[in-house]
Design a protein around this ligand. Structure first.
Ligand SMILES: [Zn+2]
Length: 463
């Protein structure tokens, strides 16, 4: 069993580790796993001593990572002195739990995703993973770092929990301090890297992040070229992802548009970004249309995290294939609101749609937000949805109090909101005010305003 000896070991870490003799081999390094299953050790090929200096800086940058962030960013913990008495350059980091797999195994193509669906996973799990990815990139960018190699093999994911773990932190770039080691992976690289030799930076990361998030949600590369740009294969590739880069769903240029776009995925279709909630669609448009040639327009990781977090409130379940998808309340024609996976029209009656308004100032005024909540029969309204101090839903609502429930009153053919809290719910609509104490309900219809308490967000019934 090879033995790894560590340098200047911080508290809580053993000074030596026994590792499995069969490492995972990569282009620039080999990754060994400790026999106790807790650590991974990355050993670079040759003796790139300049790497040690960079690793020390990265360790310094991330040493104050809060414990919750340590679960999704595997930072270098200590440098390696030797492996089997042979000097080497490398570092040790925590190992992600066994339940995590390379993200590519789930998102590389629709067949891999469909395999997960047959195992009981669903699209809502993918949405959570996308949110986790955006969160980890946000943490990196907040610290002034660039990942420089964002793609689906540099993240691990656990679909059952919706968690993602970022890998390859040793390659981070800090402008002026840590230069890039790689330019990125083909298909994920920002076009300016190929066109003008731009060095990886936060803006190029933003492009790669947008491509990765769409890959996680749509199971395809939304920048995939579909035509040749030169008789020479290499030139054609370079042009197609660089100078001629084009969003597959560009509204005016259809050269890269997949033939089966928008057809149900389970009928050999191809998911469109237009299946995503409006807020996420707008970010995709900024990333791939306006921001493609204007990197400053690309959405930040924080904006993605926020929009993906809120998307959970717009999910609806297909009555046929049982898949979850964002209910397309923004489409005026109800008959066009269909499951993007099997094509089934949304079940009748259509769900209740609430538009959230934020309190503004102390005069009882409210301002429209870009948040919508889709509520079917027996759906719960959670505390965070109504709390103005909480900008986005928590990653899990297991401990979240239930403020109200929505029920379809079959006898009257109307939606009702049942109060499950101690606060009085009041509802204004059609020239009347209804009030509901705990256990009582109010009838709602389009245009009605629902107030769930004196300090809470206001909900306007959209439909
Ligand atoms: Zn369906």
């Amino acid at each position: 069993m090879p033995r790894v000896v560590l340098k200047s070991v911080p508290p809580g870490l053993p000074s030596q580790l026994d590792v499995d003799p069969n490492p995972r081999l990569g282009g620039e390094a080999a990754v060994y796993f400790s026999t106790d299953g807790k650590f991974a050790v990355k050993i670079y090929r040759g003796m790139p001593t300049q790497r040690e200096e960079a690793l020390l800086q990265i360790m310094h940058l991330f040493q104050s990572l809060p414990p919750d962030q340590e679960t999704f960013i595997l930072r270098p913990l200590a440098l390696v002195e030797s492996i089997d008495n042979r000097s080497c350059v490398g570092f040790v980091m925590k190992r992600a739990p066994e339940s995590f797999r390379e993200l590519a195994e789930f998102v590389k193509n629709p067949i891999l995703a469909a395999k997960q669906f047959t195992k009981g996973r669903n699209w809502a799990d993918y949405l959570k993973v996308a949110r986790s990815i955006a969160r980890s990139v946000k943490v990196l960018h907040y610290r002034g770092c660039t990942h420089s190699d964002i793609h689906y093999s540099n993240f691990l994911a656990n679909l059952a929990t919706g968690d993602a773990v970022m890998l390859e932190l040793d390659g981070v770039v800090v402008p002026g301090f840590l230069p890039p080691n790689v330019a990125g992976m083909a298909g994920f690289m920002a076009p300016e890297i190929l066109v003008s030799g731009e060095r990886p930076n936060e803006r190029t990361d933003r492009h790669s992040l947008a491509v990765l998030l769409m890959h996680t949600l749509l199971f395809r590369n939304v920048m995939q070229p579909l035509i040749e740009y030169s008789g020479n294969v290499e030139d054609s590739e370079r042009l197609a992802w660089g100078e001629k880069a084009l969003f597959s769903e560009h509204p005016k240029d259809r050269r890269h548009r997949p033939r089966n776009l928008g057809k149900p995925l389970f009928s050999q279709g191809c998911l469109s970004y237009r299946m995503l909630p409006l807020k996420v669609q707008h970010l995709a448009e900024r990333a791939f249309i306006k921001g493609l040639c204007h990197p400053d327009k690309r959405p930040s990781a924080h904006e993605w995290e926020n929009a993906l977090a809120c998307a959970v409130d717009e999910l609806y379940q297909c009555s046929r294939c049982r898949q979850y998808y964002p209910y397309q309340h923004w489409l005026p024609e109800v008959r066009r609101r269909r499951c993007p996976f099997c094509g089934e029209p949304a079940a009748q009656p259509p769900p209740l749609i609430l538009h959230l308004y934020e309190p503004k100032g102390k005069g009882g005024f409210f301002e429209a937000s870009d948040r919508f909540v889709v509520l079917g029969h027996r759906f719960k309204v959670f505390g965070d949805v109504l709390d103005p101090a909480r900008p986005v839903p928590p990653p899990s609502r297991r401990k979240e109090p239930v403020i109200a429930r929505v029920i379809w009153d079959m006898s009257e053919g109307r939606w009702r909101i049942v109060n499950d809290s101690l606060e009085l719910i009041s509802c204004i609509g059609d020239g009347a005010i209804q009030r509901a104490r705990q256990g009582e309900s109010v009838v709602v219809a389009p245009g009605y305003q629902v107030q769930f308490g004196p300090e809470s967000r206001l909900a306007l019934v959209k439909e």
